[in-house]
Design a binder for this molecule. Sequence first.
Ligand code: 5RP
Length: 226
Amino acid sequence: MNEKELVAHHAAKLVQDGMLVGLGTGSTANYFIQELAHRCTEEGLKVTVAASSVVSTIKAQALGLPLVALEHLSKLDLYVDGADEVTPDLTLLKGRGFDLVKEKLMARASDKFLVLADPSKRVDRIGARFPIPVEVMPFAWTLVKHRLETFGGRGDLRQTANKDGLVVTSYGSLVLDMAFDPALEAAELNALLNDTPGVVEHGIFSGLASAVFVAVAGKVEEHWAK
Ligand code: 5RP
């Protein structure tokens, strides 16, 4: 079992009968979805799920998990997802898969938000390995970019993998990938991005994770928020 699979199975064990579970997006979240479906088939576990993206919706459907649309929810019992960066104080960077809006909504609406990581995701500061994904209204991207540049931001619109067009999110937004001076802390960046009109959502998840599970040398470490 690889590290992503190991943490995913660890988290799936925490799901209890009757829970409403939020499904994340990405390769680690996929292992969780698979194991959750396996428990439902093998153990008769009964859950309802809500998905954070089109991809995880399709995966849940294929595995026969009963889905509910976000529009019908007021809260979730549990949300389980991966992350691109995790700091020691459990601040996260998410959104390489650019489904930020639903991911942050579900993280905020969950009683518990469990983050699944492998050691490569650990960083000292947000932005250490990746630029910050900033989802913007299409007509606002130049104004947002200019405002972020006045705070030292550098970056551009995200391109498709084969560089023949721009990435457009499931909801028609564009994505700016912005790098900032390391001296600017995640809390300051979070406040700046929250205070920039035209930003739909961004990849800094501050104060949202209940716990981060990391697989290290075949064992799962649990880091719970204080
Ligand atoms: C998607 C995300 C993912 O959770 C993040 O990119 C991690 O992906 P993976 O589990 O494939 O390493 O934030 O928006």
